[in-house]
Design a protein around this ligand. Structure first.
Ligand SMILES: [Fe+2]
Length: 260
């Protein structure tokens, strides 16, 4: 199967992602080996710390990445990962962000160091983004819950029309047991739309390991579920179409446990 990776810090020397052009070439080679045909370059954008010129520079670097990726026959589209803080609404007002190439989708992240807790500040930010005509894709949702996923809260995100993205690295266990369990729970409950790599490096754990992730998940989930998460929904996003919900078959035994 081929994969579309909508979240990765492949654009070099612009954030805490890939540090050099040489490393970007290596990361693209790994992406190629992993059957990734299309990537969206999503450098971090921190509201309050970027000027319009800097956003323009990010876009230029993504264009350079695009040229580089042609050799691997990988398509590159532009985007960013917008950090949601108190300045994010002003930033959006001022055009200090990059939606996923010519669509109304915007990849956003919360502070992974903080528990979401009872504060509904992020919901306020997401709502403001929505009223600006953008659809938030919430990056690595599994990483914001230190005591297990709050299913009702995720369902509310989905009911609001937001897209739920899970990191391949979380499913591979790179971010610890709780985050791994959260990631699987999201899929098991049918509350995930997209799996992406969130690539930061060309070696170590945070590389584009989508084939490895697919092979691992294939032992547990149907092909169609994985195709929706790793190809169809990313493609819908690039076409500016609505994403599909996944239908995960629950075993009879699990259903029985749930009823208790
Ligand atoms: Fe990221």
């Amino acid at each position: 199967m081929q994969f579309i990776d909508i979240h990765g810090h492949y654009a070099w020397d612009v954030d805490d992602g890939i540090p050099s052009k040489e490393d970007a070439i290596k990361a693209l080679e790994i992406a190629k080996e992993n059957n990734i045909t299309t990537i969206v370059a999503t450098p971090h954008v921190i509201p309050g710390s970027h000027t319009l010129d800097e956003i323009h520079e990010l876009k230029e670097r993504i264009q350079e990445l695009k040229q580089l990726a042609q050799k691997q026959n990988i398509k590159v589209f532009e985007g960013c990962e917008l950090f949601l803080n108190h300045d994010c609404i002003d930033s959006i007002q001022e055009g200090l962000f990059i939606p996923i190439e010519n669509t109304h989708y915007l990849l956003v992240e919360f502070d992974v160091r903080k528990e979401l807790g009872s504060s509904h500040e992020v919901e306020d930010f997401l709502y403001e983004i929505e009223v600006k005509g953008l659809t938030p894709i919430i990056a690595h949702v599994e990483r914001y819950f230190k005591d297990g996923i709050d299913i009702d809260r995720i369902q509310e995100f989905i009911d609001s029309g937001y897209v739920i993205q899970v990191n391949a690295s979380s499913l591979l266990g790179i971010h610890g047991k709780t985050v791994k369990k959260n990631a699987y729970d999201l899929i098991d409950e049918g509350l995930a739309h997209v799996i992406a790599s969130d690539t930061h490096r060309c070696e170590g754990h945070r590389i584009p390991r989508l084939q490895e992730t697919f092979d691992l998940l294939s032992k547990k989930y149907d092909y169609q579920v994985l195709k929706t998460l790793m190809y169809d929904n990313p493609e819908h996003i690039l076409h500016d179409e609505n994403v599909e919900d996944i239908e995960v078959k629950t075993s009879f035994f699990k259903k029985l446990l749930k009823r208790r």
